[in-house]
Design a protein around this ligand. Structure first.
Ligand SMILES: Nc1nc2c(ncn2[C@@H]2O[C@H](COP(=O)(O)OP(=O)(O)OP(=O)(O)O)[C@@H](O)[C@H]2O)c(=O)[nH]1
Length: 442
């Protein structure tokens, strides 16, 4: 079971973990991966001879396609000379004797996602008259294994100055930009001027187009991709996810606690309610005979007389005969025992809908909301004989007890007092007739 203390520990642990992750994002060493780390990169050259009918030429310096020599000559409006590194899905075997191998061997392009890298460490040696060199990448709009893309590849370049050659320099990814000539050539709106690095399939180096005629010798000593061990975005997403989880856990914990407290509260409420009912029952129950006491009877009478208005409603008053004599002869204790047993014999013989209570002293009241006067009279006879025929137990002996009963039916719109008066009158008649008798009056 999670407690507040556990939550505090979890928060503390996540606080530490967040600090460690932030520290990692700031101070962790960078990862450096060579741009052409395996054979799945095809080196290629280009100049202005084929496409635009110029006279410039390019060729590799050695069998290792790292260094190349450009001869820029008049002939084409844009003099071009450079090399490309195209990412492929299959290993590429460079052959100096068969430069056309390039096109034959590239069956499918490989796309690199450079969005989360920091940039490139570039070390290029250069000899020539150009003040700058150009580095560029091509990014496909969509990955297409056949290498045919509907959308023009986005061209992104950065210029490095002559004094930045012959030594390693770092080029931040954000230094690459989409040049204006590409935007104009493809009639792109300004909304497409943002560089995209999700599907980079080619990296290239060349001399600028407006360069004067001459010889340029370039050697690519090293191009390294620089990236973090863990991308900063990932770290912050992880930290956010951890905190969201702990907040959710805490919310869950609080909801659960509320639910638990609420359940406990309801349980206590139920206990209180049942205790209240018990107390109420105690207040309405006669402590000796366990039937309704006068207070209880008053409540029931009020409810019945307010709802029923005398339809099929009958009442009977039962009174133990010569009870004073019982008390006087055997004492109050045995008297109480008899009162108790009389109440038991009465209740044992009643259906659930008949209400019985102790009206006072040795007198009981029956309220029958669902029977005719004949039915109640029949019942009264039964009770009378049950009491008269079986002696009652008191300490060390048994005695015979009788009761007298007066019955009546409640008339329409009659008050209880009026009906009771008649039943009492009937009881009086029963006593008059010698007791152990049932008298009925309408
Ligand atoms: N033991 C005991 N006696 C009670 C209790 N309540 C009333 N009594 C007694 O019941 C007796 C009632 O006597 P009376 O009203 O004279 O009537 P009775 O002697 O039964 O005579 P009839 O009703 O005319 O037959 C009195 O002696 C009361 O003290 C009680 O709770 N316990």
């Amino acid at each position: 079971m999670i407690t507040h203390k556990h939550l505090a520990y979890i928060r503390l642990a996540i606080g530490f973990a967040s600090l460690i992750l932030i520290a990692v994002s700031i101070w962790a060493p960078e990862r450096r991966i060579p741009l052409a780390s395996d054979e799945r990169s095809a080196p290629g050259t280009y100049d202005d001879r084929d496409k635009v009918g110029g006279n410039s030429s390019v060729h590799w310096l050695t069998d290792q396609p790292k260094g190349f020599l450009c001869e820029i000559r008049d002939g084409a409006p844009f003099k071009a000379c450079g090399i490309t590194l195209t990412f492929t899905t299959k290993p590429f075997r460079y052959s100096r004797d068969d430069p056309s191998a390039f096109n034959k061997q590239i069956e499918a392009l490989r796309y690199e996602d450079f969005r989360h890298i920091k940039g490139f460490e570039v070390d290029i040696s250069y000899k020539g008259d150009s003040n700058s060199l150009r580095l560029y990448m091509r990014n496909a709009k969509e990955r297409n294994i056949k290498g045919v893309n509907q959308e023009p590849e986005k061209f992104m370049s950065v210029s490095i100055q002559r004094n930045e050659t012959n030594k390693p320099i770092f080029i931040n990814l954000h230094e690459f930009h989409v040049p204006n000539w590409w935007m104009e050539a493809h009639a792109k709106s300004r909304l497409e001027a943002q560089p995209e690095f999700n599907n980079v399939f080619q990296f290239g180096i060349d001399v600028p187009y407006n360069i004067p005629n001459g010889t340029h010798i370039l050697t690519v000593n090293k191009i390294t991709i620089v990236k973090s061990w863990l991308p900063t975005a990932t770290i912050y997403i992880a930290i956010t996810a951890m905190w969201i989880s702990v907040f959710l856990l805490e919310a869950l914990f609080r909801v659960h606690k509320l639910y638990r407290d609420n359940r406990r509260y309801h349980q206590s409420l139920k206990i209180l309610e049942s205790r209240y009912h018990e107390l109420q029952n105690d207040a309405n129950q006669d402590a000796l005979t366990k039937v309704y006491n006068r207070r209880g009877l008053d409540h029931v009478i009020e409810i019945i007389f307010n709802t029923q208005k005398g339809q099929n409603l009958c009442i009977a008053v039962l009174d133990i005969d010569h009870f004073k004599q019982v008390n006087d002869t055997f004492g109050h204790g045995p008297g109480d025992a008899i009162l108790k047993q009389v109440a038991q014999r009465i209740t044992q013989n009643l259906s659930d809908d008949i209400i019985v209570g102790r009206w006072g002293g040795e007198e009981f009241l029956l309220l029958s909301p669902n029977s005719s006067l004949e039915q109640l009279t029949f019942l009264a006879h039964k009770i009378r004989s049950l009491i008269a025929e079986t002696p009652f137990d008191i300490p060390e002996k048994t005695i015979n007890i009788t009761i007298s009963i007066g019955c009546t039916a409640v008339r329409n719109n009659e008050t209880f007092s009026q009906a009771f008066g008649r039943a009492d009158q009937a009881l009086y008649s029963a006593k008059e007739r010698g007791r152990n008798t049932v008298c009925t009056t309408r």
